[in-house]
Design a protein around this ligand. Structure first.
Ligand code: GLN
Length: 446
């Protein structure tokens, strides 16, 4: 019944929201029929969900919203999907995104743009825009996304849902198509904080198939939910409130800080002096890694092949010319340039040094504080088409989320108000592997 209701809801609203690239109706109905009458001991028995189309799913097309992978059907499930299946969750479909997770509006999808359910003239954010929109429009109770520079938190903020990005290494990335491997992390988009904690209980943990996943025990995150925040030490970084934040957003976050104080937390201003270098640093590190990761799409092993070619090199370049969109090509070129021998020291190596300074800024603050609070984004959702030809303005959406990925920290975006009918998101950041602190504070605020 739940699966049928969710599929009916998708049918009723998705032609307006356009969150889904693929609806796996047949598979979902079959699985839920099989579950009926079975031992339903799974923690998510019969609960429908959907995935950003970057997670490999056995027998189900996985496109990364790219022409390159338009007809790619993986032969295996990624680790997080295996874990959800083991708890009897029911996958109902794959969600739209910016191609290869490069973008902040879901307009870079090779297929179509997803709409913001609050105002369909506006973008849902990105790159996990389909995931945020599907949860906001009540098409699914939860979705998974990935976050390399903000791709869970920024769309969560734009769509008024909860977006959770765990510590780098907390969740296995095995079977998730890579964008920038030292930054990518899997996380959740949910209606509330409790659901995020429940899903994290299932997907977190060491995976021998992903050597960057960390071997630390996974606590029961729901145990943090009902603890109060008496005595919690909260910092808010001065610089991040000066970087062109819309005054309505600043007001909403300041009100939220007052509420934290009323609940017994202390709030103090701090400095993260190197965060101003986070965006340029990110766009060197992320594109460098992307240029290496995307080299595998050559028309031989995966995806699209342009067979009408004179020789194999011509086949590589024609396949890539047709298969990749403009933004992906731009980033491959930038990353290749940054890694090339004459420029490596000036760009890539320098970016790595700046990244260390950014991480050290956070470490310094976290020696004295439990939590850092910022807005998630400088503005609310913008209009479709408004920034599509302006990659530099588009990058500014990520100015508050990117530093967190550079330092590998966990963070959550939760709704903290509205302006002109559009949601405002607040970001909470904690020490590495202190996910519980985030759930505790976010739930207290909710
Ligand atoms: N918007 C950022 C980018 O375009 C972040 C994307 C992400 O987190 N995947 O790279």
């Amino acid at each position: 019944e739940i699966t049928k209701a969710v599929l009916a809801r998708i049918k009723a609203v998705d032609n307006q929201v356009q969150a889904f690239v693929t609806v796996t109706e047949e598979e979902a109905l079959q699985l839920s029929a099989e579950l009926d009458g079975k031992d339903l001991s799974g923690k998510l028995a019969g609960i429908p969900y959907a995935l950003k189309d970057i997670f490999c799913t056995r027998g189900i097309r996985t496109t990364c919203s790219s022409r390159m992978l338009e007809n790619f059907v993986p032969a295996y499930d990624c680790t997080v999907v295996r874990k959800l299946s083991a708890e009897q969750a029911v996958l109902v479909g794959k969600l739209n995104m910016d191609e290869f997770a490069m973008g902040s509006s879901t307009e870079q999808s090779a297929f179509f743009a997803t709409r913001n359910p609050w105002n369909r003239e506006c973008v849902p954010g990105g790159s996990s825009g389909g995931s945020a929109a599907a949860v906001a429009a009540d098409e699914v109770p939860f979705a998974l996304g990935t976050d390399t520079g903000g791709s869970i938190r920024q769309p969560a903020a734009y769509c008024g849902v909860v977006g959770f990005k765990p510590t780098y290494g907390r969740v296995s990335r095995w079977g998730v198509i890579s964008y920038a491997s030292s930054l990518d992390q899997v996380g959740t988009l949910t209606k509330d904080v409790r659901d995020g904690a429940l899903i994290m209980n299932i997907i977190a943990g060491r995976d021998s198939l992903d050597s960057t996943s960390v071997d630390l025990p996974v606590p029961d995150y729901t145990e943090f939910l009902d603890k109060d925040i008496q005595g919690m030490r909260i910092a808010y970084p001065r610089e991040l409130l000066q970087s062109g934040i819309d005054e309505n957003i600043e007001r909403a976050v300041k009100n939220a800080l007052l509420k934290f104080e009323e609940m017994g937390a202390s709030v103090e201003e701090v400095s993260l002096p190197h965060c101003e270098y986070a965006l340029p640093t990110y766009y060197l590190v992320a594109t460098a890694e992307a240029s290496a990761n995307l080299a595998r799409f050559d028309g031989v092993r995966y995806g699209l092949r342009q067979a009408e070619a004179e020789n194999v090199i011509d086949m590589f370049s024609k396949s890539r010319a047709i298969g990749f969109g403009a933004e992906v090509k731009r980033r491959i070129m930038l990353g290749t340039y940054a890694l090339s021998s004459g420029y490596y020291d000036a760009y890539y190596l320098k970016a790595l040094k700046a990244r260390r300074l950014i991480a050290d800024d956070f470490a310094r603050v976290f020696a004295d504080y439990d939590l850092i609070v910022t807005p998630t984004t400088p503005t609310t959702a913008f209009k479709l088409g408004e920034q599509v030809d302006d990659p530099l303005t588009l990058l500014m959406n990520d100015v508050l989320t990117v530093p967190v990925n550079m330092a590998g920290l966990p963070a959550i975006s939760i709704p903290c108000g509205h302006h002109e009918g559009l949601p405002i998101g607040m970001q909470l950041i904690a020490k590495a592997f202190s996910e519980g602190t985030l759930f505790r504070a976010a739930h207290a605020f909710e």
